[in-house]
Design a protein around this ligand. Structure first.
Ligand code: NAP
Length: 229
């Protein structure tokens, strides 16, 4: 059976790889990103891979007031959603971030506040339906074992962990699954050159798909990174 999916931050490398799995399964996809040109390329690719239907919308994640109306639009367009992936993220230069309050604000707005606001809008919508649905968020293992000099980024992601833990508990009675994904360093534009040993976005995508089947609350990718990083 197909799932009606919303992908926020759809131009993310990890989101694209994951959406390809859903497209291949024939799922309808509601894609949101801030860059219309990139978004159209992603939509075209997913269409050729089998997505039953594709809707695209442009939104900057820092437009907090726009989140709830957009979730509602996706809900109305697809007559409900089964799954939402929240993927936007920003990795600031660690040193500059400590000296530039504007950069620090941007990191917290994109990585933390926008995720809180969007997850909350999704949570309210799934909850009001009276049950079911899944919210998947790309978090990070950053901060779990102490951060290096990139502790602003780590703090912005740890806050997401705590928020999702609370949301998971709140939505459990309604049968809504909330999954935190913690990819190891992954080859994507986020952090530029990552060197050897980086995980591929498609590996993270496969781990997400498997964790969804198992209804895991947290998905480490690769899984062994849970014990070693
Ligand atoms: N790569 C890693 O090593 C790694 C490890 C752990 C966790 N993660 C997390 O995984 C998620 C996806 O990252 P990725 O590796 O796939 O990197 P990516 O390809 O660089 O994706 C980052 C995404 O965030 C979007 N974005 C940034 N600021 C935004 C804003 N203000 N409004 C809307 N969208 C915005 C980017 O949009 P544009 O395409 O327009 O720039 C892009 O789609 C992030 O949350 C990241 O923290 C990544």
């Amino acid at each position: 059976m197909s799932s009606k999916v919303m992908v926020y931050g759809a131009t993310s490398a990890i989101a694209q790889a994951t959406a390809r799995l859903w497209a291949a399964a024939g799922d309808p996809l509601f894609l949101v990103a801030r860059d219309g040109r990139k978004l159209q390329q992603v939509a075209d690719d997913l269409k050729t891979r089998g997505a039953a239907r594709i809707e695209t919308r442009i939104q900057d994640a820092t437009d907090l007031g726009g989140h709830a109306p957009l979730v509602e639009e996706a809900w109305q367009a697809f007559k409900g959603l089964d799954l939402a992936l929240v993927a936007q993220g920003f990795y600031p230069d660690p040193r500059r971030c400590l000296e530039d309050p504007e950069l620090m604000r941007q990191a917290l707005e994109v990585n933390t506040l926008s995720v809180f606001s969007l997850v909350n809008a999704l949570a309210r919508r799934f909850e009001s339906r009276g049950g079911g649905g899944t919210i998947v968020v790309l978090g990070a293992p950053a901060g779990e074992r102490g951060a290096g000099d990139d502790y602003v980024h780590a703090a912005s992601k740890v806050a997401v962990d705590v928020f999702l833990e609370g949301t998971r508990r709140r939505l459990a009675p309604a049968g809504v699954q909330v999954m935190t994904v913690k990819p190891a360093r992954t080859a994507s534009p986020l952090r530029g050159a990552v060197g050897q040993g980086a995980t591929s976005p498609s590996r993270v995508a496969r781990d997400i798909a498997l964790a969804l089947l198992k209804r895991q609350p947290v998905c480490y990718s690769p899984g062994y990174r849970r014990w070693w990083s």
